[in-house]
Ligand binder design. Structure first.
Ligand SMILES: [Zn+2]
Length: 413
């Protein structure tokens, strides 16, 4: 969806990007309220927040109240906050400093499969001076956040094979090849105990951070210890590096792993196959396809015969170690330099509006296809407003309106 508002006399054009779709939801798991009907709670659900009625118009809302509905925070509320900011500026007769364009993506959570085509077909519409993405959460400390890049992402799915039918582990257990062990051994070669990826070339293409970006990282609130307490684990990956530093490095993550059954469903068998799904986060300058090829080369180096298709019986008889490897593809990272005049101007306006320094991150951990806008020569800056736990906290909502209003009225460079 596209909209624009021309401001007489304005020389700069600011494009806002948001998405109105959400991740799929299982409505049966919403026991107290419904996903598509907003509900108000006195605190967050996790903190035991009770349901309260929406107050009458003109009555004050409390900052810690939360609105619950599917995707209320990611990414619907920033859209509402932007519209409310426009209404407020209009009511106060405060003119906009810029021309405004708005793109609302309805397929972001599905990887924006049509965004590239739409941008290419309507390139003239999307001409502007900066793209402000209003997706994503603020810093865990609660302080407002600006980010200047997104990680890219790609995936690798690996299936390793045993016998063509499950075998009794008593009769065959130390004779038939066990695919779960083969997969475990393969995965163990990919990362050391500190979380450093051992795949050759994995970190080779990483574009180094500028001095300004390093300085921004150094200024970030040190909250790793608090987060570890909140999440109850003893040791983080990364060999002592902070979370915010690691976000500027490529990652290799097991997002799911499966072979036969566990728990009450356990069976005494040698499984027929073992599967893993990996996601690879990318940073500036790493090509998604090349990164996938590095993983495949690593699998081959461990002695596996790699195939894209389900292996035939002939292949299974010929090769002791077979890995079927597929990838859905992905997209690269984006990063806008923090010392561009427009980058400095956005920081200045938001800090003036908040009356305090904001958290500035060279890269946000999550992925979004911002490289598409970067390819159109648009600097991309993230101005998220929602709380870090992705609940729609009312105080964040108000503050978001103030930030958007300030940007619309004051952004000059
Ligand atoms: Zn989002």
């Amino acid at each position: 969806m596209y909209a624009e508002l021309v401001t007489p006399g304005a020389t700069r054009t600011v494009i806002f990007y948001a998405h109105y779709d959400g991740q799929p939801t299982d409505a049966s798991r919403w026991t107290a309220t419904k996903p598509w009907e907003p509900a108000l709670r006195a605190k967050s659900f996790d903190a035991g927040g009770t349901l309260i009625p929406f107050p009458a118009a003109g009555t004050a809302y409390h900052d810690d109240w939360r609105i619950y509905a599917r995707s209320a925070s990611d990414d619907k509320s920033p859209i509402v906050a932007l519209l409310a900011a426009l209404d407020a500026l209009r009511a106060k007769k405060i003119p906009l400093a810029v021309n405004l364009k708005l793109i609302l993506d309805g397929e972001e959570e599905a990887g924006s499969p049509n965004l590239a085509r739409v941008l290419a077909e309507h390139a003239a519409l999307f001409r502007g001076d900066v793209l402000l993405t209003i997706d994503g959460p603020v810093h865990q400390s609660g302080r407002p956040l600006l980010f200047f890049g997104n990680r890219g992402v790609t995936d690798v799915n690996i299936t390793v094979y045993g016998p063509t039918r499950a075998l009794h582990s008593g009769h065959y257990g130390n004779w038939a090849p066990n695919p779960a062990f083969h997969l475990a051994r393969l995965l163990a070669t990919m990362k050391d105990a500190d979380g450093r990826v051992l795949i050759e070339g994995f970190y080779d293409d990483v574009a180094p951070l500028s001095e300004r970006e390093k300085q921004a990282l150094a200024e970030l609130p040190a909250n790793d210890a608090d987060l570890m307490r909140e999440l109850h684990f003893a040791k983080a990956e990364g060999g002592g590096k902070k979370l915010v530093e690691l976000i500027n490095m490529p990652s290799l993550n097991i997002r799911g792993i499966q072979s036969a059954y566990v728990g009450a469903q356990s069976q005494n068998i040698v499984p027929t196959k073992a599967e893993v799904s990996l996601d690879l986060r990318l940073v500036r300058n790493i090509d998604p396809q090349r990164q996938v090829e590095r993983v495949i080369a690593h699998i081959r180096k461990q002695g596996f015969y790699v195939t894209r298709a389900e292996p035939t019986n002939e292949e299974r008889e010929k090769y002791a170690f077979i890995a079927r490897v597929t990838s859905e593809g992905g997209y690269p990272a984006a990063r806008t330099p923090m010392d561009l005049p427009v980058s400095r101007a956005v920081v200045r306006v938001v800090e003036e509006a908040m009356g305090a320094p904001v958290v500035k991150m060279p890269t946000l951990g999550g992925s979004a296809p911002m490289y598409l806008f970067e390819n159109m020569k648009l600097p991309v800056i993230g101005v998220p407003i929602v709380n870090h736990d992705n609940n729609q906290r009312i105080g964040n909502f108000w503050r978001g309106m103030e930030i958007f209003g300030a940007l619309l009225a004051d952004l000059r460079w």
